[in-house]
Design a binder for this molecule. Sequence first.
Ligand code: NAG
Ligand code: NAG
Ligand code: NAG
Ligand code: NAG
Length: 360
Amino acid sequence: MVGPAQVGVLAACVVLFVPMGMAGWHLSRNKMLFFSGALFITLAVGVHLTPYFPSLSQLLLSSLSSSPPHHPLHLPRPSTCLPFLHRLSWLPSSPTASSPALWQWAPSAPTLSCGFQRLSRLDASDLLNGSWILVAGDSQARLFVLALLRLLLDPAAMDPVEADLFRRHSDYHIAVADHGIKLDFVWAPFEPNLTAIFRDLRTGPRYPDVLVLGSGLWHMLHVTNSSEYGESLVAVKKAAASLVSPVSPEFGLDGILASSVQPPHMFWLGLPTLVTSMLNTEEKRERMNRTVWEAYDRGVGESKILKRSGGPFLLLNIGLLSRGCGRRCTADGMHYDGVVYEAALHIMLNALLIESQQRI
Ligand SMILES: *[C@@H]1O[C@H](CO)[C@@H](O)[C@H](O)[C@H]1NC(C)=O
Ligand SMILES: *[C@@H]1O[C@H](CO)[C@@H](O)[C@H](O)[C@H]1NC(C)=O
Ligand SMILES: *[C@@H]1O[C@H](CO)[C@@H](O)[C@H](O)[C@H]1NC(C)=O
Ligand SMILES: *[C@@H]1O[C@H](CO)[C@@H](O)[C@H](O)[C@H]1NC(C)=O
């Protein structure tokens, strides 16, 4: 398998030796510098544009790669693809407003060349085989778990599972036995509840492989103070960072690192777009308006909990996805139809494909 590093070495050799070869043809030093510079720029531009041109990058990679890359899970996906994961388009399945919406990745250059795709049940099971997934937060997190179970389980198995999952304000655990997948949902409506989870994880025998967290609606309704929300997220971030870089690594008898504990892949479920007029209590309509939502959203940004500001969590932008799906996708202005969380789930799975290739 030829990776990006080898391609880079090859490119460097071309930049170095082609002009040297030309020097053999008695080109002046200035001409040689010119050719060298032009080659360098062409290669650099080529390398940076490759992800945008599916056919070119596929051609490049398939001609360089000797392993069978045709299985969807093994297509190469560079981390430069991460910013395009949320480029979805939403389509009403029919012109009537009440019909359910559909989504797909916008059929444009970066999403196509990045090879984003909905994973089938089989591919998702393959990807998550043997892993422990921990989801914690409020009702949005619960709806995300539902989307994950709908993907992994047989439809016939879903009814009792749904009844169990939606027992109000309770935790939920399931082991998808034939795939070795362990899934936990922890009811954690407030941010200190999330911080507490990290405390438990640090002392436990194993970290989850995937960690999905999200909260804010309860704080918005019951506290309504965005700067306090931001502060509590800073605490979550610190707790998460302690997992990423354990303070005191344990040494075994041989003096080598005894535990090979990997930090989890971490995702943050953003706040859903609120349709204030549709909220179902007077108190909610009063406190959960657009101004407050925007202040809370800024609170997330300023806490630097997200990867884009140097934090550990990749954002699953429920705000954007729910806005894309629109009012037709919500009955209470806060909880959205399954498609919104399904889209977030497939964004996460594609991000995991990218991240797991980076780690190997
Ligand atoms: C999961 O992985 C185990 C080995 O780690 C393998 O035996 C099993 O067949 C895999 N299951 C699926 C569904 O891929
Ligand atoms: C969550 O945190 C709140 C406030 O810190 C606390 O009162 C509550 O008991 C916690 N709930 C759970 C489920 O841990
Ligand atoms: C909001 O929280 C901040 C920080 O905890 C505090 O300083 C401020 O007084 C609070 N504002 C209100 C209106 O309670
Ligand atoms: C939004 O809600 C907050 C908190 O209840 C309130 O202070 C503010 O006036 C409201 N803003 C609008 C535009 O309704």
